[in-house]
Design a protein around this ligand. Structure first.
Ligand code: TYD
Length: 216
């Protein structure tokens, strides 16, 4: 038995983690086992790579190095967690996956998309997700939400921005366009949901799509 593997993608502040929790709740109510995970990270080794990727100055790594670090993290995550979970019948829902590399290091970072794809799919033999949910939000609204989140965590004394959030507005506009471009290339795999709606409305659309595909 093989359970589905679903990825969530999008720029900053689109509410991925909230929506992942709500989808997992829905699936569990339908009697499914669910594993929530994230990239970069998701296994002990991959989380170590995550620290290297997210901390430090924005230009700490060039796009190719970033691609290699993300891919190393992803390979560990896939073979140790995602694939075994799906095989035993547990749904896996990941906060980011291969499309993040295709966007951040590829279309925006400058590594040719064919090279990113060759590394992911031909060399590392990584599977495509069964469904990718793209939460699409204007950059202004996304940044606004990220700022609010920081004000909340600052009050409890945690760190502020990561490397990606320090990059400018123009960078985030390109990220948004690139995700939309990839979704248009694979309309079967992606659903694009406008993230400027209420949390409940977004969740209803995602659950309806999952139900449509897998008749829960
Ligand atoms: P995270 O704090 O998880 O960000 P978010 O809340 O926006 O999901 O940080 C992950 C960052 O890493 C995010 O800005 C995107 C970036 N990233 C890549 O550049 N390439 C990748 O392959 C992945 C998985 C993430």
């Amino acid at each position: 038995m093989k359970a589905p593997f679903i990825s969530f993608e999008g720029g900053e502040g689109g509410g991925k983690s909230t929506q992942i929790q709500l989808l997992a709740k829905y699936l569990r109510e339908k009697g499914q086992d669910v594993c929530i995970t994230r990239e970069p990270g998701g296994t002990p080794g991959a989380e170590e790579l995550r620290n290297l990727l997210l901390n430090g100055s924005p230009d700490r790594w060039d796009a190719w190095t970033e691609l290699m670090l993300n891919s190393a993290s992803r390979r560990d995550h896939m073979i140790r967690k995602v694939v075994p979970m799906c095989k035993k019948g547990t749904w896996v829902v990941s906060d980011r996956y291969v499309d993040s590399s295709r966007v951040y290091q590829g279309l925006v970072g400058g590594v040719p998309l064919v090279d990113v794809d060759h590394l992911q799919f031909s060399m590392l033999k990584l599977p495509k997700p069964d469904l990718t949910v793209l939460l699409d939000l204007s950059v202004e609204q996304g940044m606004e939400r990220v700022k609010k989140r920081h004000i909340q965590v600052e009050n409890v004394g945690q760190k502020k921005e990561d490397r990606y959030e320090k990059k400018g507005l123009y960078f985030h506009e390109r990220v948004r366009d690139a995700f939309l471009q990839l979704s248009a290339l694979e309309p079967e795999r992606f659903i694009v949901v406008r993230a400027d709606q209420s949390v409940e409305d977004v969740a209803v659309q995602i659950c309806a799509e999952v139900n449509r595909r897998w008749s829960l």
